[in-house]
Design a protein around this ligand. Structure first.
Ligand code: DC
Length: 229
């Protein structure tokens, strides 16, 4: 990947399906490098939430495009390393992290015009000294000139188990089989859509996280960073 055409601000992309640990890894890497962080999935989640609040159907392309263009969102890093997310000035972090919000996000994200309306907003995160961006199409579509592209995978079973554990820790009791079905429906939708489907970039480094913990994934990413940045 050395010799890749890179704009002046370097980008590391981390793509992959849900439950592979993209968000966690992206945050750790961004903190270590002191770079900015783009959680692109949050934008689709916020758009779906904004649509619901305004009673806009999740397939109403023209209204969703208008909404996406004027979306009033803010990402505020907190002292404990989390990010508080605001929509129209209101903190909405817990409401966009539900399974329903993820599914709704996946539905609006399947619409090409809606994706197009969010491109500039994502590019705006590319500011000095660098950017770590996580999502589904960061390396393939939004930042094709990234200096390092990572694609995280994990078995569907392991991803469902992880998500189940997270939900349990939040006090939510969800049936593991139902959760597995929902996750695989969402992944199928994300991977089969016509525009910017979930897939590794041809020059991505693939890391299977099924049998390794966060620390080992971070170690592998650090080795790749040495090589590519
Ligand atoms: O990463 P996440 O679970 O927060 O993403 C929620 C949904 O948003 C995901 O199922 C598909 C969509 N998404 C997308 O299409 N492209 C991205 N770059 C990020 C998320």
């Amino acid at each position: 990947m050395k010799g890749h055409q890179t704009e002046s601000v370097p980008v590391v992309t981390i793509d992959g399906p849900s439950g592979t640990g993209k968000g966690t890894i992206a945050r750790i890497v961004a903190d270590r490098l002191g770079w900015n962080l783009l959680d692109s999935g949050a934008l689709y989640r916020l758009l779906a939430l904004a649509a619901q609040t305004r009673s806009i159907a999740l397939d109403n392309v023209s209204e969703l495009v208008k909404l996406a263009s004027g979306l009033d969102v803010q990402f505020m890093p907190t002292k404990n390393g989390e990010t508080e997310i605001f929509l129209d000035g209101e903190e909405v972090s817990p409401s966009i992290r539900t399974e329903e919000a993820g599914n709704n996000a996946s539905k609006v994200a399947a619409l090409g015009e809606v994706r197009a309306a969010l491109v500039d907003r994502q590019h705006a995160f590319r500011v000095r000294p660098g950017l770590v961006a996580d999502g589904r199409d960061m390396g393939t579509v939004i930042f094709p000139d990234a200096c390092l592209k990572i694609y995280l995978t994990a078995s569907a079973e392991e991803r469902a188990k992880r998500r189940h554990k997270q939900l349990k820790e939040k006090g939510l009791n969800v049936n593991l089989l139902d959760l597995s079905r929902e996750i695989s429906e969402r992944d199928d939708r994300d991977a089969s859509r016509k525009v910017a489907p979930l897939k590794p970039a041809t020059d991505a480094e693939i890391i299977d996280t099924s049998d390794i913990g966060v620390d080992e994934v971070v170690d592998r990413v650090n080795i790749l960073l040495e090589k590519y940045t």
